[in-house]
Design a binder for this molecule. Structure first.
Ligand SMILES: NC(=O)c1ccc[n+]([C@@H]2O[C@H](COP(=O)([O-])OP(=O)(O)OC[C@H]3O[C@@H](n4cnc5c(N)ncnc54)[C@H](O)[C@@H]3O)[C@@H](O)[C@H]2O)c1
Length: 320
């Protein structure tokens, strides 16, 4: 039987990946230290169905600390795939003294896990969750892996790029099979409560204006969580250390996204504009050509359909 490790397993994307792997009949060890960046009850809830599955084991451990506990979880299987999604996410909090949290959870933890993977050996693949934040504000769009020079515009982006580089060099120097996937603004059921659509939907249900940073003309390439999980699954067999964009298909301005949300929710949405935040970028736009070529990956869920699913998740009594 194939064995998987999913780090950040209690988070938004990690828990969705865990459920997908378990539905395929795989055996999964999930690692998460349940950081309280947002309510840890939400994370426990994300894992509720996985915890009922005998094929799932949860290790509540900090990846930046000693990892010898992992040896007993993973046995001798040569089929071990590591999905490394644990991180301190979020651009806006990455300034000031909080940066130490980002270096610990994004860089130190990744290096620690790479060392463990290298010394264990027999790893089929190490798949890293990178981010569009590594690109910063390029002079031309869309963002392509070969042509766009990564120049992050936030401390968060710096740590994600550093970790991506660590993964790449463990492949180049140590022969560790790997792939890095650069996610573009992920949304859908279980989205983190600090992320825009989650905040917008909750405010709209309470008939409160939604808070938009900046003038709303910034563009984002929104990617539905199941499309991201599909990309992660396809990347299991891509072992050459390539970094690939996972995004595309739903690039709109924030104002257009809010209009679509209003249509889905069947209500007028009022907006409260405020200053854009330090580290925010004006645009993200993925070229998804490389992921198509290498993985056969293509995003398939429209913004309208994806938003409908997130709305229903946040309010199950919403008419389907
Ligand atoms: N959500 C997005 O739009 C998006 C976009 C680009 C990249 N990403 C990346 O995808 C991954 C998952 O993001 P998410 O939105 O699901 O975030 P999330 O915060 O919901 O999940 C991350 C999980 O990692 C855990 N974690 C953090 N540090 C840890 C450590 N030292 N040891 C063990 N566990 C630790 C946290 O407790 C959390 O549950 C992250 O690597 C993030 O940088 C996300």
């Amino acid at each position: 039987m194939k064995n998987y490790i999913v780090t950040g397993c209690a988070g938004f994307i990690g828990s969705t990946l865990v459920d997908r792997l378990l539905s395929e009949g795989a055996s999964v060890t999930g690692i998460d230290v349940f950081r309280d960046y947002y309510d840890t009850e939400i994370k426990r809830h994300n894992l509720a169905s996985a915890l009922e599955n005998p094929l799932f084991t949860l290790a509540e451990k900090d990846l930046s600390q000693d990892l010898s506990f992992l040896n007993s979880f993973t046995g001798n299987s040569d089929e071990l795939v590591i999905y490394h999604l644990a991180a301190q996410a979020g651009v806006r909090k990455s300034w000031g003294s909080d940066f130490r949290v980002y270096t610990r959870d994004n860089i130190d933890a990744t290096q620690n896990l790479l060392e463990w993977a290298h010394s264990r050996g027999g790893i089929k693949n190490f798949v890293y969750a990178s981010s569009s934040s590594i690109y910063g504000i390029p002079s031309t769009l869309p963002m392509t892996e070969e042509k766009t020079v990564p120049v992050p515009h936030s401390p968060y982006g710096v740590t994600k790029l550093a970790a991506e580089n660590l993964v790449r060099l463990y492949t180049a120097n140590r022969g560790l099979p790997s792939a890095s996937l650069r996610f573009f603004t992920v949304y859908g059921p279980r989205q983190r409560p600090d992320m825009a659509f989650n905040r917008f939907i909750q405010a709209a249900f309470r008939e409160k204006p939604i808070g938009v940073f900046g003038n709303g003309k910034q563009t984002r390439d929104f990617t539905f969580v199941d499309d991201i999980v599909q990309g992660l699954r396809l990347a299991e067999n891509s072992t050459t250390g390539l970094a690939m964009n996972l995004g595309g298909g739903n690039r709109v301005t924030l104002l257009q996204a809010i209009e679509t949300l209003g249509k889905v929710m069947g209500r007028e949405i009022k907006i409260d504009f405020s200053e854009s935040k330090l580290g925010d970028v004006p645009d993200t736009w993925a070229s998804a050509e490389l992921a198509l070529q290498e993985l056969g990956w293509k995003p398939s869920v429209s913004l309208e359909e994806g938003l409908r699913q997130e709305v229903i998740w946040l309010n199950p009594s919403f008419p389907q």
